[in-house]
Structure formats: C-alpha cells, structure tokens
Design a protein around this ligand. Sequence first.
Ligand code: FES
Length: 117
Amino acid sequence: MNTPSEPETEPERNTDDLLWVVPLEKCPFDQGVFVEVADRELAVFRMSHPSAVYVIDNACPHANGNLSAGDVQDGIVCCPWHGWRFHLCNGRSAQGSVVRVRSYPVEVRGGDVYIRI
Ligand code: FES
C-alpha cells in the first residue's frame, strides 16, 4: 500500500532585508524581464558585458511605460513609450533630468536574484 508523500514545500528564500525576485536562468542576457513580486512590479536586466544584474522599478516615471520592454545599450534602458533613458546601475536619468526610477541593490545567491529592501 502506498502512503502519501510529504508535499513539497517552497524553500524559505526571503530574509529580513532580502527579497527573492527571480531565478537567474529566467533572465536572458541583455534584455529586460518583467517580474511581479511582493506587490512590486520590477524590471530585471542581466547584462553580459560587463556581467551584472540590475533591478529597477518597471514603471517609467514619465507615464508608467514598461521599462522591462525597453532597449538597453551601454547600461542605459530606453523607455519604449517616449524614449526617456535611465542608467540601470542607479536609476538616474541619462538625459540630465532630476527624474529617476528606483533601483535596488542586487544579490545573486545560489542561482537566484534577490534585491535588498
Ligand atoms: S512613459 Fe516612459 S518615456 Fe513616457
């Protein structure tokens, strides 16, 4: 007679200040990925040269454009709606504006992307 097996449980991935975002393997190089986690809408960018992972809020501060769908060049994402540009490393405008998008400190642990909150 078979006995029911224990249900698989999700490993505890978050800590007090780290929020799990996405497995790194789900992030293609040099383009954005939209992730919704813990009531946050995020854009994750896994860059190849130089190798880095960046996480910013997905909504463009101009009119909520989808930054994860923006083209990336030289560490700058270009909003697909009206072309505002932001540095992925710090969220600052690449056009000299004081407007910025929130960026998060990133940690990659065990093949997963986390942000420090
Ligand atoms: S919504 Fe991003 S530039 Fe307008």
